[in-house]
Design a binder for this molecule. Structure first.
Ligand code: FAD
Length: 428
């Protein structure tokens, strides 16, 4: 098919959301002409490959539990069938002070209600973690930073990590096997907004004309489609704001710091008792949203932090060494003293497409020929299979999407006017 012909569907964005949607669309109807466009040179080169790629079903919102449970089930099935995703079910561990534990009671209760598999560990059990400082927080520095002793840990079992590049490649390969087309190195500059019936009057569509999205404009010309799907992650705003539609997200900078050193080795490969892999679970420390993720393949630990107040909403993607050294490290070394002797090897920065209201994705159709798939809120990798299926069901006008392996999910729940989701309290 050449670009001056009309596609059935153009998807802007070849991240996990766009590629999963592309695959499920083709899977439901192989005859559909679907093209995925991305300005980068390959799939997943936006925020997908900058992700810590933690996967977990430990959420307080029942919708998030369903989206993640079903996606994780699918990931495990993909790997079982021989497509390597580097899944490591190492668990997710929240270290908690007494106060934090008390404040999390409602969220923990909600998880129990939602059937999430987790256990609460006492401080004694956490002593098995090499070097972890459980009770020694009496120094002036600790007092100043508001650190206090760890009383318990919440360990999520159906949790771990995945290779984000591998999962996006899986969807891309399957999509292409079904005849799907990708077009990389092509920036979509704007959406083509036209009247349903063109009269060639300047300023069309005029208010009395029925508007439609006829496709996209790129530097190399216009590409027409019956339906356009915006899966452009945090950049969805750039395409929707100019035509007066709201993506309902804000970009929030998030960084990952790769740290190496022999002092970290016990955490990476000799941390028994929490999983079969002998490694530290994906661990969220008790203060300031700092998390550590061991990566045995690269013999390193990734450190991230979910800072909120003081961190502007913008598209800045420059990693900040100072942020690691002055904000994160002083806290981290009190909890894991072995980080004192480790070196910062590399760092990256990307953004969450943050739904500031309920931290769940938005999948909606503001016009007959326009679908928007957005609002990952920092957990898009772990939900991508469900999101791709829900976007596909919305495209076909289905009331329910069937999530893997056979779980119905009401499509309108993730819409805008019809939204019916529960506020999420376990966000990182
Ligand atoms: C530091 C960090 C840590 C994270 N950790 C986790 C985690 O542990 N677990 C988890 O599940 N999620 C995590 N995430 C979030 C995860 O990365 C996202 O949820 C996921 O990548 C969203 O996928 P997407 O397809 O919506 O966006 P993206 O992968 O960003 O894809 C959007 C694509 O659209 C393209 N695009 C945008 N505008 C245009 C245009 N005008 N023309 C052409 N192409 C365009 C971009 O090039 C990009 O490839 C993390 C994110 C960051 C930054």
């Amino acid at each position: 098919m050449s670009d001056n012909m009309k596609y059935d569907v153009i998807i802007v964005g070849a991240g996990v959301f766009g590629m999963a949607t592309a695959f499920y669309l083709k899977q439901t109807d192989r005859a559909l002409n679907v093209m995925v466009i991305d300005r980068e040179g390959g799939a997943g080169e936006g925020n997908t490959c900058k992700s810590a790629a933690g996967i977990r079903n430990t959420f307080s919102s029942p919708e998030n539990v369903i989206l993640t449970n079903t996606s994780i089930n699918k990931f495990e099935d993909i790997e079982k069938k021989g497509f390597g995703l580097n899944i490591k079910m190492c668990g997710y561990l929240w270290l908690m002070t007494d106060d934090k534990f008390k404040k999390s009671q409602d969220a923990i209760y909600a998880m129990k209600e939602n059937g999430v598999d987790f256990s609460v560990l006492f401080a004694e059990e956490l002593r098995a973690i090499p070097g972890l400082n459980i009770d020694n927080y009496s120094s002036d520095e600790c007092q100043m930073m508001g650190l206090s002793r760890i009383k318990s840990g919440l360990l999520g079992k159906k949790c771990g990590s995945i290779d984000p590049g591998a999962i996006v490649s899986y969807y891309e390969n399957e999509f292409k096997k079904l005849g799907g087309i990708t077009k990389f190195n092509t920036k979509v500059e704007s959406l083509i907004l036209e009247p349903e019936e063109k009269l060639d009057i300047p300023g069309e569509p005029l208010v009395w004309q029925e508007p439609k999205i006829a496709g996209v404009r790129t530097a190399n010309g216009e590409i027409y489609a019956k339906t356009t799907i915006i899966a452009a992650g945090v950049w969805a705003k750039e395409l929707l704001d100019p035509i007066g539609l709201d993506a309902h997200i804000k970009p929030k900078k998030r960084q990952l710091f790769q740290v190496k050193g022999s002092s970290l080795e016990p955490l990476i490969k000799n941390c028994p008792g929490f999983n079969d892999l002998n490694m530290l679970p994906f661990t969220i420390i008790q203060k300031a949203g700092i998390y550590v993720k061991a990566e045995p393949r690269e013999e390193c630990i990734y450190v991230g932090c979910a800072d909120n107040i003081g961190r502007a909403f913008n598209f800045d993607c420059e990693p900040e060494r100072d942020y690691y050294e002055n904000s994160i490290l002083p806290v981290l070394v009190e909890v894991f003293p072995q980080f004192k002797n480790a070196r910062l090897e590399s760092m990256i920065a990307g953004s969450y497409a943050y739904n500031t209201i309920d931290k769940n994705p938005y999948i909606f159709k503001p016009m007959r020929d326009l679908v928007i798939v957005s609002g990952d809120s920092g957990s898009g990798i772990m939900k991508c299979d469900a999101v791709g299926r829900i976007a596909t069901a919305l495209y076909w006008g289905e009331e329910y999407a069937i999530l893997y392996p056979n779980v119905p999910f009401k499509v309108s729940k993730l819409g805008v006017e019809t939204r019916d989701v529960t506020f999420e309290r376990f966000v990182i």
